[in-house]
Design a protein around this ligand. Structure first.
Ligand code: VTB
Ligand code: MG
Ligand code: MG
Length: 335
């Protein structure tokens, strides 16, 4: 993938964040998501690529989406690029004015990403110092012990980040019983996965059952940062419990998995989820967070902060931009 494309992708997540920000604190996560989707689509369609959305988000909560299989870009003969998107990772946070919402995407060469439907995924992440130490077939407590040994840390000094969801209550208890610290955030495991990979954060590992799209996007940035990750696609009934509706949705997920060649329950290593180092990851803060500043706006002037990472060179850039909104193209402003 051409190096210059990296910068172009940062403009795509900037536009999505600016569009989502308009709906900050207005209580409607679907409108915020829809605005970010439209802005992201408009920007992607200005790029000289033959792009395909291979991972989208939205089916789990029926949100508006850039759908799987959608062709983007304005040059059919341009560079073929596979793109995994989450126009707002944290729509609830945006709607409720909570921290840590980001607009995010990962792009790679054709076939770079595992194709999977929008379903759940169990995932575990650790930083570069623990490469090869993870094994999702073993209990989480064993994984923590192995990572602690790699990091030369006391178990009691280990910090594991997860999502504060009822489905994690039991695992949080186990981790506490082991003597570790648990940071439970309401939503957003992509940011949490990045935190597990950067040496300056307090977090050593990420564990959760969250979205598969977020899992693949996280795998891209974890690989780019030299960290490690394993995952396992999970049917809705296994993640959220059996009910008539969950069982019906699980049957649909299973059928879609078959079409796409994905296998629920199968252990996925980092290299299975992201097959190349030649990827670009871009995330722009929508609301203020642990990793990135959120959008700010004073009249016509808005600012954004973006994390742009190229996997091949492992260059990590933080881009602070100032935008004069009256100069933006209509299709970004009108949403
Ligand atoms: C997961 C997680 C995301 O939403 O998709 C979660 O991966 C949805 O969980 O990071 P529930 O179905 O239990 O609400 C996020 O937290 C935000 O998109
Ligand atoms: Mg999300
Ligand atoms: Mg989303």
């Amino acid at each position: 993938m051409r190096r210059e494309l990296a910068f172009e992708f940062s403009r795509v997540t900037e536009a999505a964040a600016l569009a989502g920000y308009k709906w900050l604190g207005r209580g409607d996560k679907n409108i915020a998501d829809g605005a970010a989707v439209e802005a992201m689509r408009a920007m992607l369609n200005k790029m000289n690529i033959a792009g395909e959305i291979v991972i989208g988000e939205g089916e789990i909560d029926d949100a508006p989406m850039l759908y799987i299989g959608e062709q983007v870009g304005c040059d059919k003969n341009g560079e073929p690029v596979d793109i995994a998107v989450d126009p707002i990772e944290g729509t609830r946070m945006t709607a409720m004015g909570q921290s840590n919402a980001v607009a995010v995407l990962a792009a790679g060469e054709k076939g770079a990403f595992l194709k999977a439907p929008d379903m759940y995924m169990e995932k575990i992440v650790a930083g570069p110092g623990s490469k090869g130490a993870l094994n999702l077939d073993m209990p989480i407590t064993d994984n923590i012990r192995l990572v602690a040994a790699r990091l030369n840390k006391d178990i009691k000094d280990m910090t594991i980040i997860t999502l504060a969801k009822p489905r994690h209550d039991a695992v949080i208890k186990e981790i506490h019983a082991l003597g570790c610290k648990v940071f439970s955030i309401p939503d957003g495991d992509v940011a949490a996965s990045i935190m597990a990979c950067i040496p300056t954060s307090e977090v050593d590992m990420m564990y959760c059952i969250g979205g598969a799209p977020e899992g693949i996007i996280s795998a891209a940035v974890v690989r780019a940062l030299g960290g490690d990750m394993q995952g396992r696609l999970m049917l809705r009934s296994d993640a959220k419990g059996q009910s008539e509706e969950n069982d019906r949705m699980s049957a649909d997920e299973l059928a879609r998995c078959k079409q796409m060649g994905a296998v629920p329950g199968k252990l996925l290593k980092l290299e299975d989820m992201v097959r190349s180092d030649n990827i670009v990851f871009s995330a722009t803060g929508v609301t203020k967070g642990d990793l990135l500043e959120g959008v700010t706006r004073h009249g016509d002037v808005a600012t954004t902060e973006t994390l742009l990472i190229r996997g091949k060179s492992r260059t990590i850039r933080t881009i602070k931009s100032t935008h004069f909104l009256s100069r933006k193209d209509d299709e970004i402003l009108k949403v």
